[in-house]
Design a protein around this ligand. Structure first.
Ligand code: UDP
Ligand code: MG
Length: 310
């Protein structure tokens, strides 16, 4: 007998979250028993090194609406989320963090908007005071830069916590890329979107997996996934520099004809050589970044590997 698909799938990627799973379950169950839809909660264990999997199994034993997808190693949040979407069956899917930074109570508002006919309901942080100054500043810079140079805008301060309807999930699954910058992918597919504002709380317990370096790489992935502007800028920069060099060269020629030959300017010469060398290396580096990503994409490796599902 085929069991009926649930209305709502909650998708929760977990990496080393043993300390928050109990409180997460408590909060989310409270919310879910107040709604009139059927639901499932899918936990994706993203290669946790602590007792997350054991904890999840306990939870699974007590709650039949819980499913566990155990990845074979740590594939990163984007991959874990992708696995969750692929395995979800609900008519609407809600990705949520395990650390309770995304307040489950907002699901009520998501569902209200969904009922009104929105395919996407996003949660926008109005208050980032739970983040450090450096994180807020770099996030702001990232959104500005990204939205200036990409065709799709990522709404500012909107994370993965959202509701998406089944047809949005299907659209997301049509994007075959291996490097899955989910925020960008969600924006890219479009659909009618409603925005709900909320205040982001600090982590309930445990530690964030995203430090400065991983965030930097994440930002690079975001920009290279959705824009080729960093490649094109060299055309213009090169043109400007060549033009200036031509003018400067002409001045020297005219000066030499009028005033005769002299040989000053070692300092200016070495400066120009180093400057241009540096510029060229940066350009090469940017190209390398894209080529590297093309290389990784061209292997067509799966985004994640599942060890077992339950
Ligand atoms: N996460 C994951 N795989 C990773 C890193 C994080 O599945 O490699 C999950 C993590 O368990 C949490 C969510 O992604 O549910 C957000 O992670 P975190 O709280 O560390 O990020 P932050 O909120 O600091 O951006
Ligand atoms: Mg968090």
């Amino acid at each position: 007998m085929k069991t009926l698909d649930p209305d709502i799938s909650i998708v929760c990627p977990c990496f080393n979250e043993q300390d928050v799973i109990d409180s997460f379950m408590e909060r989310i169950k409270q919310v879910m028993c107040e709604i009139e839809y059927s639901y499932e909660i899918i936990f994706i264990n993203d290669g946790s090194k602590d007792n997350t999997l054991e904890k999840l199994r306990e939870v699974r034993q007590q709650n039949d609406f819980v499913r566990i997808i155990n990845l074979s190693r740590n594939f990163g949040k984007e991959a874990a989320l992708t696995a969750g979407l692929d395995y979800s069956k609900g008519a609407a899917v809600i990705p949520i963090d395990a650390d309770l930074q995304d307040p489950p109570e907002l699901i009520h508002d998501f569902l209200r908007e969904w009922k009104k006919g929105y395919d996407v309901v996003v949660a926008k942080r109005v208050d980032r005071s739970s983040d450090s100054w450096a994180k807020r500043f770099s996030a702001e810079l990232f959104y500005r830069l990204h939205n200036n140079i990409s065709q799709v805008d990522i709404p500012e301060n909107v994370g993965d916590f959202r509701l998406i309807s089944r047809r949005v999930v299907r659209a997301v699954q049509l994007l075959p890329e291996n490097q899955r910058f989910m925020k960008g992918i969600f924006s890219w597919v479009g659909f009618k979107t409603s925005v709900i504002e909320y205040k982001r709380e600090p982590r309930e317990a445990g530690e964030t997996s995203f430090n400065g370096w991983t965030l930097w790489n994440f930002a690079l992935q975001g920009i290279t996934s959705f824009s080729t502007a960093p490649l094109r800028v060299w055309l213009y920069l090169g043109s400007i520099i060549s033009f200036l060099a031509f003018i400067y060269g002409s001045i020297i020629v005219v000066k030499t004809i009028i005033l005769g030959v002299d040989m000053p300017g070692y300092a200016s010469m070495i400066t120009v050589i180093l400057f241009l060398g540096g510029i060229q290396l940066i350009g090469l580096g940017v190209m390398g970044e894209y080529i590297g990503r093309m290389y990784m994409e061209s292997k067509k490796r799966p985004v994640y590997i599942i060890e077992e599902e339950d």
